[in-house]
Write a protein that binds this ligand. Sequence first.
Ligand SMILES: Nc1ncnc2c1ncn2[C@@H]1O[C@H](COP(=O)(O)OP(=O)(O)O)[C@@H](O)[C@H]1O
Ligand SMILES: [Mg+2]
Length: 341
Amino acid sequence: MRDAAIFALDLEGVVLTWNRGAERIFGYPRDEIVGRGYAAFFTEAARASGRPSLIRDAARMRGAHLDEAPRVRADGTAFWAEVITTALLNDDGTTRAFSNRVRDVSERRHAEEQLSKRAAEVAQLADERARLVLQLLDAEQRERRRVSQALHDDALQNLIAAFDEIAEAEHGDATHEEACRRIAPLLERSIDQLRDTALELHPLLLERKGLLVALDAIARGAAGLGGFRVSVRVDPGAASVNDRMVLSVARELLVNAAKHSKASRVSVVAQESPQGVSLTISDDGVGMSAQRREDALGEGHIGLASVAERLSAIGGELSLSGGERGTVATATIPVDPSTDE
Ligand SMILES: Nc1ncnc2c1ncn2[C@@H]1O[C@H](COP(=O)(O)OP(=O)(O)O)[C@@H](O)[C@H]1O
Ligand SMILES: [Mg+2]
């Protein structure tokens, strides 16, 4: 066989025969190697651990031995070898010598390594994807909880108060005129709140009415919660780039402003940017130090961290600056890849 080295060894590992393939693969001419020990074909480490004689022992005991390991050529370079060592027997069954068949399997070995490297990469991508999906599910659950809370705390409470007013009027504790005067604003507020929530929830409304209306609804909700005034500006180029992400980020930042900032004014600006949209939400509240942000994360507040992570997952970024005069949060939001036109 042209691509195999075939040679025989005596019981001590001295080379007895040497074919053309052996000459080509190992680089020793026949006269140079016959009569010499074959330990030079092994790496130093293999020699030090006694591999050459271990392999001969194994072949003697079991009849043959397969080794896939590096071997060394005459010029000192190594290659991956598949070595089959077979015991050649005397008539009485004792071992007389060994035949060796060596093939250079470097290429196959390399291909296998590439394959397992590729498999590891694919596994890593799958992990990353699973992590993002979990993150998304988590964000969705938090979003549901927030909507449920908004319905409960605002619209529902106003409706209950209106109902109480009606009960009072029925008992004659208040005149109908008085009751109507008190009930009307409660119902009006409930209508506003339900409309805002419906708007926030309905994807078609977002498509039909656009980013400004949707942002405005969220901003008004937060303004009511936090007791501040709010202005919303959406530049022409900023709409329909990645509305869903803009709204999701705005919601988290505006709820933060409502919960934490004690601001009296908040501004929301969405602008076109080279990457897609840049969303800036500034408040004139108590501000937020970098230390506070770190502490908050340690205390298990993950709102901002999760926004930052979701943005960076799509190639965006969240930057926060906050001293004693309020907080400015700027989100860079890339184009939504699912809506390329
Ligand atoms: N606009 C803001 N003004 C002042 N402090 C803020 C503001 N936004 C966030 N913070 C602070 O940063 C912390 C982390 O915010 P976040 O990660 O959203 O968690 P959470 O809202 O659950 O507390 C908050 O606990 C708060 O102390
Ligand atoms: Mg938060």
